[in-house]
Design a protein around this ligand. Sequence first.
Ligand SMILES: *Cc1c(COP(=O)(O)O)cnc(C)c1O
Length: 393
Amino acid sequence: MTLDLARLRTETPGVAHRVHLDNAGASPMPTPVLDAMTAYLRRESEIGGYEAATELAARLDGVYDSIARLVGGARDEIALTENATVAWQMAFYALATTFKPGDRILTARAEYAANYVAFLQVARRTGAVVEVVPDDADGALDPQALERMIDGRVRLIAITWVPTNGGLVNPAAAVGRVARAHGIPYLLDACQAAGQMPVDVEALGCDLLSATGRKFLRGPRGSGFLYARRDLMRRLEPAMIDHFAAPWVAPDRYELRPDARRFESWENNYAARLGLGVAVDYALEIGIEAIAVRCQALAGQLRRSLSGIAGVTVHDLGRHPAAIVGFSLDGREAGPVKAHLAGLGIGVGSSQPSSTLLDATARALPTLVRASPHAFNTEEEIETLAAAIRALR
Ligand SMILES: *Cc1c(COP(=O)(O)O)cnc(C)c1O
């Protein structure tokens, strides 16, 4: 499976004057995405927002099919949201409405901050408890340890597949097998996985999956989605509803929509939705498998280069790390390093301890410099970053 690198780069015009290595933060949108969005916005200004939505109804509707193809679910199991956090919250808070004192939420050590503070809030409100599944020797969640923790009080398994602060890939499918075997709802944060590696909700065994548009999927900012397995979804009452999620059918009654769009609300950014759909189609057309292979290869190259520089530490965990490289430089803070690199035209991100607090505390991590290549990046760009880091040492 080969991918057309020249085409990818032509359709990512920003690469002409910048080394973009922050695809875990926000990846530059490819031109088909930008074109679809700008054309849509122009149409809104020409004929009006409602009219544009009517005119392009079929394409807007097709976004659900595109995402269903991406994750392997059915279109009625997809909700579009303004980001991954809202998608995750709609799922989590719906489940949490029935939590009682002593109910257990099991999660992973590298859980994302937005999710964890929601656990804490629900724990405080309901008396449920949050427990962290131990890691294996490589630093990934240990499915056997998870299995040993299961009892009748476990109401939810909610983990992050690929955390924000490094290359760790948690064994999401093995977690799914445990969840299925015990009939426990399984909510998977696939934010950094979507667009970077194959996502198949059947193979994963997850009931609920959230992802964002702007990261490895290369969609617009302010877009995201939720996958909600039909049988669970039909039993989930969203914690908040409006008249789109639940049409008002009689003075004293509403009826929840039968599909996952019960987690949406009435007003939306249609240009962003369209852009997300085009981004998903684009990734599928290139081939997610091919993207995954290239992302891994570039990240592997970067890890090897950085590991050879004295005073640089790569902090990634797991046996087969993904395309997020978290590293630190002795005696240098991540913020100024990132700013210095930006001055050289190299875009990287950073990851604060507070965004994965349990993991950062356990490993005494500083704020990390985070480099995250995508398929459109080149080996030369990886070496440009490595050389800039070497020069800083
Ligand atoms: C970025 C990220 C999120 C949040 O996504 P938003 O679209 O910003 O809401 C959630 N989980 C992980 C692991 C992330 O990296």
